[in-house]
Design a protein around this ligand. Sequence first.
Ligand SMILES: [Zn+2]
Length: 72
Amino acid sequence: MEQRTEFQTQTEAEAIYQLESAIGCPHCSTMLETVHVVRLLRTRVNFTSSLPRRGYVCACPECRKVIPAVVG
Ligand SMILES: [Zn+2]
């Protein structure tokens, strides 16, 4: 199911994840209870590349900077 809908704004998160306990953002020091997850869509790649088709980044909802988190 491939849907090619454009995001309303560039900063809109695809998903919001709740943290089990609050953590401090490493960038803006806000105590976070949720993180935003934004999908990476591959738009150009070498034919021989073994990189995955898509990935995710987690971002602080306050400052929008990437924070280290893994969505598995
Ligand atoms: Zn932040």
